[in-house]
Design a protein around this ligand. Structure first.
Ligand code: NIG
Ligand code: FE
Length: 412
């Protein structure tokens, strides 16, 4: 990145093959609107300071006064900077041994029940200390940027004690992420049961976590927290001013959908096990369904009912779920590829689901997720002749570079 003081305040990205953006200004997008993407051929984007000032066809480009920095868009397509609304990017260590064991038959839930899984990452994360966590989130943020993500959420949930939960939230903030307190991710070994752990977390961690985080999240699943425990945790978090999110129906349909709707949660995430009644209820609710196809694929689980959710009128977002256990993948382009091949979303629906609707989950859809005047000048530039290569070039080096708040970033 070049020196901030020496940069012109305007950036013209010119001669782009295409600019593709979800239409309109509404959020979240549902039903047919999810698939409506506007495409301008032979186009420019003009950024002023941190915002988009104008978008148009090259033939309509007005004469612009100097000084202005120019970026040559020939051979490139611009889409909105991608928004990852569900990551667990604050962790230390890895789970590569477990990954190998799973290849020969051990299941994710068995490893978790045997004290591995999430709890093995808790041990590594506690040992890293705050400096180690800042370095880890920075590394993961840079991986995400290289994959075209310009806005990301990250959850705590690998500390599960006061110091490391709060250090995780501070580290996420320090590195530019949007922090979610996943205080109810697993029961740490020093507690006998989930209720005793929640007594501690709500009394000793929540007051400070509520100052650092924007939302709270819970893993509602057999072997983690049940529906009554999730309700207790979420109601306390809501009273402390946090927005609510849930990990629900990942392995079993356990009541997360009705609970999310009743409590007015921003999202319920996973939904691999959600049945028709949950789909119908989400379609009539204000809760966004966040689908995580990498984690379904990584754990060899069924895919969530994406098409049915869109057709029921639900607000659908897609995200990586980046974490060391169930989804060691930070790439939203890969998620878009899986959305099209596995979830049967069109590339246009996948784009809206990973920009506007993901921004809506993070309460930022008025600022990020579109290429239109007044939005933050976050662009993901694809090295491709057609923007749909975002989903089409499965696992390929499709992201050429990004523009972040009006500044071009060279990606190493
Ligand atoms: O969303 N399911 C719970 N939490 C994460 C996985 C975390 C981990 O395995 O470390 C998820 O898949
Ligand atoms: Fe997750």
């Amino acid at each position: 990145m070049s020196d901030a003081g020496s940069e012109p305040e305007r950036l013209l990205v010119r001669d782009l093959e295409q600019v593709a953006t979800p239409s309109g200004r509404d959020a979240p997008l549902r039903g047919d609107a999810l698939g409506k993407v506007e495409v301008l051929e032979d186009a420019y984007v003009l950024c002023e300071r941190e915002e988009i000032a104008a978008v148009g066809r090259m033939r309509d480009l007005p004469a612009l006064a100097e000084p202005i920095e120019e970026l040559d868009g020939r051979g490139l397509c611009a889409v909105p900077g991608l928004v990852d609304c569900h990551t667990h990017a604050c962790f230390a260590g890895d789970r590569v041994d477990e990954f190998s064991l799973r290849a020969t038959g051990a299941s994710y839930e068995e490893l978790h029940a045997a004290g591995g899984g999430i709890l093995s990452t808790v041990r590594a994360t506690r040992a890293a200390g705050e400096g180690g966590l800042v370095a880890a989130v920075e590394r993961h943020r840079d991986w995400m940027l290289r994959a075209g993500t310009t806005t990301f959420e990250a959850k705590s949930g690998y500390g599960l004690d006061r110091d490391i939960e709060l250090a995780s939230l501070r580290a996420i903030r320090a590195v530019g992420g949007i922090p979610t307190w996943l205080g109810a991710h697993a029961v740490p070994p020093e507690f006998d049961d989930a209720d005793a752990y929640l007594d501690f977390a709500l009394a000793d961690v929540l007051p400070e976590a509520a100052r650092l985080a924007e939302a709270a999240d819970v893993f509602l699943e057999r072997g983690a927290f049940d529906s009554a425990q999730a309700r207790r945790y979420l109601e306390a978090c809501r009273a402390a001013g946090l927005a609510l999110r849930l990990h629900g129906d990942q392995f079993t349909e356990g009541g997360a959908v009705p609970l999310a709707i009743e409590l007015g949660a921003r999202s319920v995430d996973h939904l691999e096990a959600t049945g028709p009644e949950g789909v119908r209820a989400l379609g009539q609710s204000g809760v966004t369904a966040v689908l995580l196809p990498v984690s379904a694929l990584f754990l060899d689980r069924p895919m969530p009912p994406a098409r049915a959710l869109v057709e029921a009128g639900a607000a659908v977002a897609i995200a990586t779920d980046f974490n060391p256990g169930s989804a060691f993948c930070e790439s939203l382009p890969v998620v878009c590829s899986l959305a099209s091949t596995q979830l049967k979303l069109t590339p246009a629906e996948a784009l809206s689901a990973s920009t506007v609707n993901a921004a809506h989950v993070l309460s930022r859809a008025d600022r990020v997720g579109r290429i239109a005047p007044g939005y933050r000048a976050d662009l993901t530039l694809l090295g491709a002749p057609d923007w749909r290569y975002l989903a089409y070039h499965f696992g390929g080096p499709v992201v050429h570079s990004v523009v972040l708040a009006g500044r071009p970033l060279a990606l190493g």
